[in-house]
Design a protein around this ligand. Structure first.
Ligand code: IVH
Length: 707
């Protein structure tokens, strides 16, 4: 999804000035053309400027003035956008102010109160609650509301919401939206007024912007404004090109059957009927019971909204029973039976308290901004990585700045921009890593270097640097390496800071007294750590190799190395050329492995670890690595019927394949299970073959037979 899509963007001063300049120029050229009959510019140039102004006005509706030349195209306006009074007003929905789960719970309680039902707190409901209310939970689409009138099954009028009472007739443009039926399917009432949302998918917005770029025109920034601007286009051919979409979500009035009774008794049945008549009804809509299911829906959509192909503005809850809706009635222009529930804002301003520099396991120096803690998307954010020197300088983040922090879904929080207008006069100086550190590691004062072509500065201190030492120990002790249960960062900090541990092997020389003397360490915990250390001595070659923390040697490479060579000594003695024979090892990795074992202190660490009793089974080198799937990359998505994701991954890797996290043109196969999400869409878009579990098994077996 495009990160630039921000709600309600404000025009910059440059945009404001450009819009004014365009208005003056266009009025001038139009006057020369129409009144003086002396064209000053070619038609194409006039059109280009005209579209540029239109785009700016669409992006920033605040820029639109009534005297803009875009509002006056040869008398077409009144004809294209005749005003229409809605027979049934188009309503708004009240928004609950509380964006947390409690927003849904309070709405449910209010409904129950108004309906005279009991409002027991949820937790006390041990049995099926007869007073539970049924709701339809839907997405709140971020587009523009549309009313569609069908007579004898044929679309005769499409009108915008306008002020709710009077809208504009945009029928000709709406006819160009492929998802809006021009004729209803099946048997439909003679007169039917369908309400729904016209919107623009993100991919269509991107396509429009690619064309804008080709034409040298500015980008559209927001799908809602672009959809609204498109619907008001005077040239309906443009509407056709832009490919708007439509979701139906209601009927203006309930149709009656021959017997004079209403055709439907629930909103859910209305949605099903709309589907039957040929409308798209969003597949996220759910019929749910009680507050807990409303909350679950809100949480589900909060998690999944980052992968939705269109913009939403929260969710909507509607009482399902239509007779209850009638009973609840309206207040002003808002029904009492529906509510919009938004999500905690994903972007929040806060201030930068400090920019600190952290040293990673490989000596990488990472600037980190410490922030005034702020709640973003329901989570408190107090620090964000600035990645590296270049990025920090490029963003020009400084101490004291007001920054906008974004956290969408499970995404790691980041600074999206700086509010320069709020930059305090006493703001810090521009950040520059080398100057700030005076060329020295903030932990061990060794020189820092930045090699050519690299984005990062590194501390050259190696294991002399206590920060790197701590990280190296944690890396070695992690679950995916030799696994020392209970050895966390607080304990490692204490052990290294107090000088008890200098090198990895010191871990295995720890005694009970040293451990038990540490702050907040009970005898029992100390014993547990010693036991965990003892247990970790029996390991495997891939885990040990990975645990050494050789640059560029991840778990998969460690496995390949172990399989290829069988023994550690052979790996340590292998030349770069020999290392290159291993699947998964390229020149950079080969060089990094060789360099690591060329350092006497690294060899010493390995020897001492062995001397301390760390062992693993060794074997002869693999005769032939099962590489029939080598070079093939798989992406797993959704839940497979029988295989856990880890197992599927292990089987693919055992056959020489790789498992990646995201789909690209280079992906060989996507393995999809139930509730596969955007990765499956992406695979289909890129034409990547998709396998189910059976297909994967067949592929694994077929290739085994080849051997
Ligand atoms: S129902 C009962 N359902 O929200 C009110 N409206 O404030 C009738 N909207 O501009 C509208 N998604 O276009 C309804 N699932 C949904 C909606 C939805 C978006 C918009 C609607 C209107 C606004 C109402």
């Amino acid at each position: 999804m495009n990160k630039d899509l921000r709600p309600n963007p404000q025009p910059s001063t440059i945009d404001i000035a450009r819009a004014e300049q365009l208005r003056v120029m266009l009025n001038h050229y139009a006057h020369a053309y129409y009144s003086l009959d002396k064209p000053e510019v070619p038609d194409a140039e006039f059109d280009r400027l005209f579209v540029e102004l239109q785009t700016l006005e669409t992006n920033y509706p605040a820029l639109l003035t009534s005297d803009s030349p875009t509002q006056r195209v040869g008398g077409k306006v009144s004809e294209a956008f005749r005003q229409v009074r809605h027979d049934v007003p188009m309503l708004s929905i009240k928004t609950v102010t509380d964006t947390k789960a409690s927003g849904a719970i309070l709405f449910d309680q209010e409904i129950r109160k108004k309906l005279g039902k009991a409002t027991r707190p949820q937790l006390q409901q041990l049995f099926d609650d007869p007073d539970e209310v049924e709701y339809v939970a839907e997405l709140k689409f971020d587009g523009l509301a549309m009313s569609l009138r069908y007579e004898d099954g044929v679309l005769v009028l499409a009108a915008t919401r306008g002020d709710g009472e009077v809208g504009e007739d945009v029928t000709e443009n709406v006819r160009k939206i492929p998802e809006i039926p021009l004729r209803l399917m099946g048997k439909a009432p003679a007169i039917l007024e369908v309400r729904g949302e016209v919107y623009l998918r993100f991919d269509k917005l991107e396509a429009i912007n690619r064309r804008q770029k080709e034409l040298g025109l500015p980008k559209f920034v927001n799908p809602r404004n672009t959809a609204a601007g498109t619907i008001r286009q005077l040239d309906s051919a443009i509407v056709g090109q832009r490919q708007l979409s439509f979701f139906a979500y209601a009927l203006a009035a309930l149709p009656l059957g021959h017997d004079g009774k209403a055709l439907f008794d629930t909103h859910w049945k209305v949605l099903e009927a709309l589907r039957g008549w040929g409308f798209k009804v969003c597949s996220y809509s759910r019929c749910v019971r009680g507050a807990s299911e409303l909350v679950a829906f809100h949480e589900l959509v909060a998690r999944e909204r980052v992968v939705l192909p269109f913009a939403i503005d929260g969710v909507v809850y509607k009482v399902n029973q239509l007779d209850l809706q009638t009973q609840l009635g309206f207040r002003a222009r808002e029904p009492n039976w529906a509510v919009a529930h938004k999500f905690p804002p994903e972007e929040q301003p806060t201030s930068v308290i400090e920019i600190d520099i952290q040293v990673g396991r490989t000596g990488k120096l990472t600037p980190v901004a410490f922030l005034e803690p702020v709640d973003v998307g329901g989570v408190s954010v107090s620090r964000v990585t600035l990645h590296n020197d270049d990025e920090t300088q490029c963003k020009d983040v400084r101490i004291g700045d007001i920054v906008i922090v974004r956290r969408a879904g499970d995404v790691i929080p980041e600074i999206v921009r700086i509010d320069l207008e709020k930059r305090p006069i006493d703001v810090g100086r521009p950040f520059e890593m080398f100057v700030r550190l005076q060329g020295k590691c903030p932990i061990c004062a060794s020189a820092i270097v930045r090699e050519e072509g690299e984005a990062d500065y590194r501390c050259t201190g190696g294991l002399f640097c206590s920060a790197q030492r701590k990280q190296a120990i944690l890396h070695f002790a992690q679950r995916r390496a030799v696994e020392v249960e209970g050895l966390g960062d607080k304990l490692v900090d204490q052990l290294v800071d107090s000088g008890i541990i200098h090198t990895l092997p010191d871990l295995y020389r720890l005694g009970l007294t040293a451990l038990a003397n540490l702050d907040r360490m009970a005898d029992k915990s100390a014993l547990n750590i010693l036991e965990a250390l003892q247990k970790s001595k029996q390991t495997t070659l891939p885990r040990f190799l990975f645990g050494l923390g050789i640059r560029h040697v991840g778990e998969a490479t460690a496995k390949e190395l172990a399989r290829h060579f069988g023994q550690l000594d052979t790996i340590m003695a292998a030349s770069e050329a020999q290392l290159l024979e291993v699947a998964d090892v390229g020149p950079i990795v080969a060089k990094s492995i060789r360099t690591f074992f060329d350092q006497p202190h690294n060899v010493e660490v390995v020897e001492q670890l062995r001397a301390c009793g760390v062992t693993w089974p060794e074997g002869p080198p693999a005769e032939r690595a099962p590489t029939h799937l080598s070079g093939k990359t798989f992406v797993l998505t959704g839940t497979l019927p029988t295989l856990a994701r880890e197992d599927a991954k292990a089987m693919i890797e055992a056959a020489g394949g790789k498992v990646a996290g995201s789909v690209s043109k280079k992906t060989s196969y996507v393995v999809a299970g139930a509730e596969a999400g955007s990765k499956l869409d992406k695979a289909q878009e890129l034409g990547v073959p998709v396998l189910d579990e059976a297909g994967l098994m067949a592929l694994l077996e077929a290739t085994q037979d080849d051997q």
